[in-house]
Design a protein around this ligand. Structure first.
Ligand code: SF4
Length: 429
């Protein structure tokens, strides 16, 4: 094994492939969705959506069954008089926040989350956050970001949330590794334990589980992203002087190894140590993928743009599971983030950015893929037409990063194919 990143494929990767850019009707969830996993991760944070009853219903429908403790999100509902400008929405917001914070002294970070209605009436939540921070400091820090569906896809909610925090992080000149992106706690622990075994530290996380663990940032911070949808966070960290470690994302055995290798190389870890630490989990991951990917080999896959995980997942399915991507659609393409995965994705698929859903459905119907990865809104109609589908949102809600989850990740794609094969047998009988 070597500590170098592998060269681009002999056949050429997809980094320089022409990109089909589309700007038409989109079928995506809004950025409020991110609250569902962020409120679990940040244990002293509260997400207050300033929105409508529709926003409240979306959150309750999506997160209602997942609540395991007192909820750390809610909606300040804009009534008709607010929308018509007949009431002072700022005064009402101040009152609601004061009531919430007096009831919940455990809250240390409060996020005011903008929505379509708050943006339509141009409620200035940035000023509100500043004002409320002043009123409730030092116990509570108030941030704001937009989760509106006007211009977003659902994973942009996390990006906007983290990007809002970066300018407020303290400064440091310490040489530290910052791992950026929300991971389920169990996966975060695995990541930290691998980095610790490699002798890399200190390691900071963004988001942190508690406000007291928030990282500091400065010119000697190097950061590695674990989620491919953090373009704005990448930009704000870079503006603070931190340096990005470009690497494929830690999905599958190969992605995890290359991500760790990029970090190990930066921190001068020798090859023998890298091999010793990674050999056993790599072997476990390869075995688990082999079991799950038997049904995937030789099958084709079509990605509609949704989660922004499409490019690294296409790389994983092509290189580790033997699938053939036909089209890999992504809402946004960031070369700095997605370039290393595009280098490894075998040439051939159409790479598309943005969406014109009718045209894309025509392409998908013509291609007749074995598996289609898409949003919830498209999945049922496609299933009704006989296509096997995988809901992209499940890939964000399920632990899929690093070695121990590699088999589960392959399993998420093999299950719909297995189900379709079983249903086909039943119909034939
Ligand atoms: S933010 Fe917009 S898209 Fe999202 S639930 Fe509210 S109204 Fe709907």
């Amino acid at each position: 094994m070597s500590l170098d990143l592998p060269p681009t494929l002999a056949s050429g990767g997809c980094r320089t492939s022409p990109v089909l850019k589309e700007r038409g009707q989109r079928e995506v969830f809004c950025g409020l969705t991110g609250i569902i996993w962020l409120h679990r991760k940040m244990q002293d944070a509260f997400f207050l959506v300033v929105g409508s009853r529709t926003c409240a219903h979306l959150l309750q429908a999506a997160a209602g069954v997942m609540i395991f403790a007192e909820p750390r999100f809610g909606t300040a509902i804009l009534e008709e008089k607010d929308l018509a400008g007949l009431a002072d929405a700022n005064a009402e917001l101040d009152r609601e926040v004061a009531r919430l914070l007096s009831r919940r002294p455990d809250i240390r970070q409060l996020f005011l989350v903008g929505s379509c209605p708050s943006e339509v009436i141009k409620l200035d939540l940035a000023r509100a956050a500043e004002r409320l921070s002043g009123m409730h400091a030092p116990h509570v820090r108030v941030y704001n970001y937009s989760g509106s569906g006007i211009e977003t896809t659902f994973t942009q909610g996390e990006d906007a949330c983290l990007a809002a925090m970066v300018p407020t992080l303290p400064s440091t000149t310490a040489r530290e590794l910052l791992v950026v992106g929300a991971l389920p706690d169990v996966v975060e622990d695995q990541c930290l334990s691998l980095l610790d075994a490699l002798g890399i530290g200190p390691v900071r996380m963004l988001p942190a589980r508690r406000a007291t663990d928030l990282p500091a940032v400065g010119p000697n911070t190097v950061f590695a992203l674990v989620q491919p949808f953090l373009g704005d966070t990448h930009a704000t960290l870079t503006r603070r002087g931190a340096r990005h470690l470009a690497a494929p994302f830690p999905f599958g055995e190969e992605g995890t190894t290359l991500w760790l290798r990029a970090v190990a190389r930066e921190f001068g870890v020798d090859e023998a140590t890298f091999d010793r630490v990674t050999a056993a989990p790599r072997a476990r991951a390869l075995k688990a993928i082999a079991t799950q990917s038997a049904e995937l080999r030789g099958k084709s896959v079509f990605f509609f743009p949704d989660s922004q995980l499409e490019i690294p997942l296409a790389r994983f399915l092509a290189r580790e599971c033997g699938m053939t991507p036909i089209e890999v659609g992504t809402p946004y393409l960031h070369d700095a983030l997605h370039g290393p995965d595009l280098d490894l994705l075998p040439a051939g698929p159409t790479i598309s950015e943005g969406q014109d859903v009718e045209k894309q459905l025509d392409r998908q119907h013509a291609a007749k893929p074995d598996l289609t990865v898409c949003g919830l809104g498209l999945a049922n109609p496609l299933e009704a037409k006989g296509f096997a589908t995988k809901w992209a949102i499940e890939l964000v809600f399920t632990p899929v990063h690093f070695y121990e989850q590699a088999g589960d990740l392959a399993g998420l794609f093999s299950r719909p194919l297995r189900r379709k094969a079983l249903l086909g047998k039943e119909v034939a009988q």
